[in-house]
Design a protein around this ligand. Structure first.
Ligand SMILES: NC(=O)C1=CN([C@@H]2O[C@H](COP(=O)(O)OP(=O)(O)OC[C@H]3O[C@@H](n4cnc5c(N)ncnc54)[C@H](OP(=O)(O)O)[C@@H]3O)[C@@H](O)[C@H]2O)C=CC1
Ligand SMILES: Nc1nc(=O)c2c([nH]1)NC[C@@H]1CN(c3ccc(C(=O)N[C@@H](CCC(=O)O)C(=O)O)cc3)C=[N+]21
Ligand SMILES: [Mg+2]
Length: 286
């Protein structure tokens, strides 16, 4: 049986680090890190994530500013809110929950956030910095996955890493981070030919597709480390249940280590968001 990578446990350590940073900022600079969270629309899953983020922020001593906007909010109203948050010295981090409604230009909103307040690491300046291996605010989910991988492996150098999914928020920044760790990186996606065979070569397999249970035990190299980013809500006996992109029961018979859903990457993402907020606050000290 594979080692189960406990995301809740690892996240609580990251949250302790974030809380210690907050204490340091308060003590030496009388600065309280502030995180603004913007949610447009009333998607139920998004509301759960946002609530979790705010709860954890409070626990870490971070001030949170919540902005809930109607689904039909105009681009101009959202633009104006971002400007206000950019100009607010009490706000060190800005998170705009994605996806945004169809009528809003997502790329324009992301680009309008000050790069030093972009705690998601999605602004082109931060994406460019990550791609060039310069220090920057690194996207939270890939950052969390890397902490999980480092927990299992002392050295990732030379390992074959296969990432399934090529989104801007998970797949691509994950590839940049693993390349920096000297992995041999492959990104697979919906047009990849013989994807099972590609995955069978992976010492490290990251699944970020949103396709529930896509990855089966016979896709996995024996003793591989499998990180399941997928969050898929399904209904079982009328109850809401979360499952990942990996068939956990099958995969854990083959893998060396595997992250569960829930209790895996999700809590790590939130912890890294708060760590990014303290880093952003530190960089904004005047
Ligand atoms: N735990 C966490 O903190 C987070 C979890 N998530 C979850 O991770 C998953 C991915 O999110 P995100 O990256 O935003 O998703 P996107 O929908 O933006 O991207 C999905 C990617 O997976 C690929 N893909 C989809 N289905 C298949 C398939 N059957 N075979 C091969 N490739 C496939 C797509 O390929 P193509 O490009 O060719 O269409 C695409 O590149 C979702 O379940 C999401 O909820 C996301 C963010 C944070
Ligand atoms: N700008 C932006 N930044 C994001 O980081 C971002 C986003 N938009 N849009 C949506 C995705 C998704 N995401 C999750 C975060 C935490 C959990 C999480 O805590 N999951 C718990 C379960 C929570 C539950 O019960 O639903 C777990 O896996 O154990 C899940 C998903 C962040 N995202
Ligand atoms: Mg998308």
């Amino acid at each position: 049986m594979a080692q189960v990578i406990d995301g809740k446990q690892l996240a609580s350590q990251v949250l302790e680090d974030a809380a210690a940073e907050v204490e340091w900022l308060k003590h030496h600079f009388e600065s309280v890190p502030g995180l603004a969270v913007v949610l447009v629309g009333d998607d139920a899953a998004s509301q759960i994530y946002v609530r979790n983020k705010i709860k954890r922020a409070k626990e870490a001593g971070i001030a949170s500013f919540e902005h809930y906007l109607e689904a039909d909010t105009s681009q101009a109203t959202l633009d104006a809110l971002i400007q206000e948050l950019n100009d607010d010295p009490g706000v060190h981090g800005i998170l705009v929950q994605l996806p945004l409604p169809e009528h809003i230009d997502e790329a324009r909103i992301i680009s309008s956030i000050l790069p030093e307040k972009d705690v998601d690491g999605f602004h082109p300046a931060n994406v460019g910095a990550l791609s060039q291996g310069r220090a920057s605010l690194v996207p939270c989910t890939p950052q969390g996955c890397l902490i999980m991988l480092r927990h299992v492996h002392q050295d990732l150098s030379g390992k074959n890493a296969v990432i399934v999914g090529r989104s801007n928020i998970v797949g691509k920044p994950m590839a940049a981070l693993l390349l920096q760790e000297n992995c041999t990186v492959t990104i697979a996606h919906s047009r990849t030919r013989d994807i099972r065979k590609v995955c069978q070569e992976a010492d490290i397999l990251i699944a970020a597709t949103g396709s529930p249970g896509l990855i089966q035990s016979d896709w996995i190299k024996p003793e591989a480390t499998v990180i399941d980013v997928g969050i898929n809500a399904i209904e079982v006996d009328g109850q809401r249940k979360l499952i990942g992109d990996v068939d956990f029961d099958g995969a854990s018979q083959v893998a060396g280590a595997i992250s569960p859903v829930p209790g895996g990457v999700g809590p790590m993402t939130i912890a890294c968001l708060l760590l990014n907020t303290t880093r952003a606050a530190k960089n904004q000290l005047t």
